[in-house]
Design a protein around this ligand. Structure first.
Ligand code: R5P
Length: 283
C-alpha cells in the first residue's frame, strides 16, 4: 500500500476505547490501571483477596502467604493485599496488579467500622498499586467516617491516577438483601468510587449491578462447598458483576489453583457452574 493511501486525512485515526463501565471519562492513567485489573477482552476480573490479616490476623490459609499464595499469583488477574504483605512477601518481579488495602485500624476485637485511612496515595504509587481499596460501612456505627475515608482517597486518586475500590462492609446487624446492597453500592459510586465490591444476594442482584454506574465485583465471603461458590460467581457475573474478588473460597479450597482456574472459567468464559466444577474435580 502506498504511503499516500495510508496517510490520507480521510483515513480516520484509529482509537480503541477501554470499554469498562463508567470509566470513559477517566484519565488515561486511571483507565490504564483499571485495564490491568479488568481484562480488556472480557471486561472482567478474578481478583484474589488476601487482605484479611489487616483486621483478623493470620486467617486460616494465610498463615504463610509465601507458601500458600505466592504459587497462585500466576492464576489471578489481580491481588488484593496489604502493603506489609507486599513488601515482606510478594516477589517484586511478580507482574500481578496489586489492589492495595488502604483502610484499617480496629481488629476483630473492636468496632470494625471505626477505620481510618491506613496508606497514603504516595506510598500506593511507590508500591505501583493498580488501585487502592477502602472499606465503607453504610449503616454502621462509623458510617460517615468510613465514607469520608473513601472520599479523601477519591480526591487523592484524581491527583495520582490510582483508582479507588470501595468495599461495602455489611455489619452483622444488617441484612445483605438487594435493597441494602443497592443503597451501599450506589452511595460509593455517587461519591466517586471507581469500582465497588459487594456481596451477592440471591434475589435481585441484577438490580444492584444495574443501579451502580461503575463496575461491581462480587465478594466471596466465608468458605462454601466449591460447587456452591462457583454457582454464586456464575450467577453474579450473569447478573452484571464485572468479576469477583474472592479469598477464602479460593485459598481455603482443597486445591486453590484448580479453584482459581474454575472461577476463571466461570468469569471469563461464562462456563456453567457444573462444567467448572467438573474441571475442578479433574485437577
Ligand atoms: C473484606 O472485608 C476484606 O476485603 C476481606 O479481607 C476479604 O476481601 C474478604 O474476602 P473473602 O470474604 O472472599 O474471604
Amino acid at each position: 500500500m502506498a504511503d499516500s493511501d495510508r496517510f490520507r486525512p480521510s483515513v480516520p485515526p484509529r482509537f480503541e476505547p477501554y470499554p469498562l463501565k463508567g470509566s470513559g471519562a477517566l484519565d488515561w492513567g486511571m483507565q490504564n490501571r483499571l485495564a490491568r485489573v479488568f481484562r480488556p477482552a472480557t471486561g472482567r476480573t478474578v481478583m484474589l483477596a488476601i487482605d484479611h490479616g489487616y483486621f483478623q490476623g493470620p486467617t486460616t490459609g494465610l498463615e504463610r502467604v509465601d507458601l500458600s499464595i505466592v504459587p497462585l499469583l500466576g492464576h489471578a488477574d489481580a491481588l488484593m493485599t496489604t502493603r506489609g504483605m507486599v513488601r515482606s512477601t510478594i516477589p517484586p518481579a511478580s507482574v500481578i496488579p496489586v489492589v492495595l488495602r488502604a483502610s484499617g485500624g480496629p481488629s476483630i476485637l473492636r468496632e470494625l467500622s471505626d477505620e481510618q485511612i491506613a496508606v497514603s496515595m504516595e506510598d500506593a504509587a511507590r508500591i505501583n498499586a493498580s488501585a487502592v481499596a477502602v472499606q465503607v460501612f453504610i449503616g454502621g456505627e462509623f458510617e460517615t467516617q468510613s465514607v469520608r475515608n473513601m472520599t479523601r482517597l477519591v480526591d487523592e486518586s484524581q491527583r495520582s491516577g490510582i483508582p479507588v475500590l470501595a468495599v461495602t462492609a455489611v455489619g452483622k446487624e444488617l441484612t445483605r438483601d438487594a435493597r441494602y446492597l443497592r443503597l451501599a453500592t450506589r452511595i460509593c459510586a455517587e461519591l466517586g468510587a471507581h469500582v465497588v465490591k459487594t456481596y451477592f444476594c440471591a434475589e435481585g442482584f441484577d438490580t444492584v449491578t444495574a443501579a451502580c454506574p461503575v463496575p461491581v465485583v462480587m465478594a466471596g465471603g466465608k468458605k462454601l462447598p466449591e460447587l456452591d461458590a462457583l454457582t454464586m460467581a456464575y450467577r453474579a457475573v450473569e447478573e452484571g458483576a464485572a468479576g469477583v474478588d474472592m479469598g477464602r473460597n479460593i485459598f481455603q479450597s482443597d486445591d486453590p489453583v484448580a479453584m482459581m482456574r474454575a472461577i476463571g472459567a466461570v468469569v471469563h468464559q461464562s462456563a456453567k457452574p457444573q462444567a467448572a466444577f467438573d474441571q475442578f474435580l479433574r485437577r
